[in-house]
Design a binder for this molecule. Sequence first.
Ligand code: HMG
Ligand code: MG
Length: 309
Amino acid sequence: GSSKKVQIVEVGPRDGLQNEKGAIIPVGTRIELIDRLVRAGMTVVEAGSFVSPKWVPQMAGTAEVLENIAWKRGVRYPVLVPNLRGLEDLRELFVVHPEEPSLTDEVAVFVGATDAFSRANVNCGVEEALARTAQVVEGARGMGLRVRGYVSVVVQCPYEGAVAPARVREVAKELVQMGCYEVSLGETVGRGRPHEIRALIEEVTRDVKVEMLAGHFHDTYGMGVANVLEALACGVRTVDAAVGGLGGCPYSPGATGNVATEDVVYALQGSGYDVGVIDLDALAEIGSWISAQLGRETESRVGRALQAR
Ligand code: HMG
Ligand code: MG
């Protein structure tokens, strides 16, 4: 696209915190994190997930998070839902709170590009994950929710190695056919490089319009910002990022968090790309604060530099 407007999807409270092993962050802190991110100018903040607490204890209490955030009109608070059971939990929440949509109006679903990763993540292979996901998408849309899809391990799989772009294209295409309005390409492992991101986007856009794609880059090898810029050069206008570079991946040993929101905002502010009104100093402060809750320093280089001034 020719528009220079870029939507940053803040995934720290979900993708970030779900993967932090050091500490389970209490619900109250998760709520404060989301509210602070919105006050800093983030307009899409993934708020949590309705997954099994046995699998992901970090995301227990997401219903309580949605009930207690300072919901702001115009801001979207998507939640990740892996199966019909998770969607039922969300449906119950709407019944308890008939003042919807002040909880959320968006669900995110996810499917891995490889069978091995899919099994590790959701206990079934890609075909079955797609079938289950189709049910979730249909149910969510029936509830009047919009649905965003993720494809995971789009460049490298921790179990199967290099992933052929054609496999990602197939999964992305199916997510769109199910009714996802957008597909986020998840570079889960964080080893992908700009030339690989370009080849991937060129392949996927044979079936999915570039306007429907988002880039989701982990920063393990320090390629996060470079990959964001490459995706933008390819015409992608939505990118996922996590404040403080929060996260990792339990099924991808050594993988670090998402590219830091601070780093993406710093790279783009003043560039001609319009990320909206975002308070970078506030983001850096939030990144340091939430990292301190986890007993460490912020992973964002921009955050550290700004905090040191
Ligand atoms: P399973 O064990 O095969 O499921 O897990 P099950 O149906 O046999 O259920 C097992 C137990 O979990 C049962 O409880 C269910 O009731 C319960 P029990 O009878 O033993 O007491 N259960 C649930 N509880 C709450 N909410 C639910 C739910 N579902 C079942 N929704 C399952 C299958 C999908 C549930 C599990 O594998 C799971 O929760 N996986 C989620 C893993 C996850 O959240 N991964 C991270 C998200 S993906 C990601 O991060 C990648 C992304 O960031 C992009 C990228 O970077 O690539 C998006
Ligand atoms: Mg991720």
